[in-house]
Design a protein. Structure first.
Length: 241
């Protein structure tokens, strides 16, 4: 470990941590994190899965999971429980770092096989704090790291590239890329249109020598399910969406 970096300390009771990140906002990172957590739980009912939202300035997990109420020590924690839904969070860096530390260390997570962490977009203080303070692993011993979400659009891919490089610089291997909003199919005529470009994330994955973990279409039901607090993996298991 490089001089000056904090010593990584596992979260008590948590076996594996998977972070879901993006370079740019609005690419479906939180939707991916929610459905990844639900898919892990559905894939093996014997596994305990937690979901942590550390998107300090724009938490969305409570709405996506249809959760309300005061903060509790539970395996599904979010900054959204600490502030009103419509209230802006005006915090400086040290306050943000303190809040993240409390979410990581002072929540009773119980015994978890996987903790999926929804990161904020970008490559700032929160990403560095989480990456440098806790061991981040993937779902297999020989394929460990973070999941990067991006649309195929060049502007989004530029920031996704930066995000992947940031994790590598802090010694967190990148598990792979999820290409979100890859194609839109008209529900009436079934014509397919690549609104944000075609295969951009696949090309970036080749450049970075990474795997493409998923190719998710732009579909109305995914947006509707998220807004209603009924994630598509839960509400429509086995669907093409």
């Amino acid at each position: 470990m490089s001089r000056g970096l904090p010593k990584q300390k596992p979260i008590e009771g948590v076996r594996e941590v998977i972070v879901v990140a993006s370079g740019k906002g609005g690419v479906g990172k939180s939707t991916t994190a929610v459905n990844l957590a639900l898919a892990l739980a559905a894939n093996d009912s014997s596994k305990a899965v937690g979901l942590l939202d550390v998107d300090v300035y724009g938490p969305s997990i409570p709405k996506m999971m249809n959760l309300r109420g005061n903060p509790e020590l539970s395996p599904n924690m979010s900054m959204g429980f600490l502030v009103e839904e419509t209230a802006p969070l005006v915090w400086r860096g040290l306050m943000v770092m303190s809040a993240i530390e409390k979410l990581l260390r002072q929540v009773d997570w119980g015994r978890l096989d996987y903790l999926v962490v929804d990161m904020p977009p970008g490559t700032g203080d929160v990403q560095l704090s989480v990456s440098q303070n806790i061991p981040i692993s993937g779902v297999t011993a020989d394929s460990e790291g973070a999941v990067i979400v991006s649309t195929p659009q060049d502007i989004a891919l530029m920031d996704a590239h930066k995000g992947a490089e940031m994790f590598r610089k802090v010694n967190v291997p990148v598990l792979g890329l999820v290409q979100n909003m890859s194609v839109f199919q008209c529900p009436k005529c079934k014509h397919k249109t690549h609104i944000f470009g075609a295969d951009g994330a696949r090309k970036l994955a080749q450049t970075l020598d990474l795997d493409v973990l998923g190719d998710v279409p732009l579909h109305l039901s995914i947006r509707e399910a998220s807004d209603m607090g009924q994630p598509v993996v839960f509400s429509r298991p086995g669907s093409d969406e």
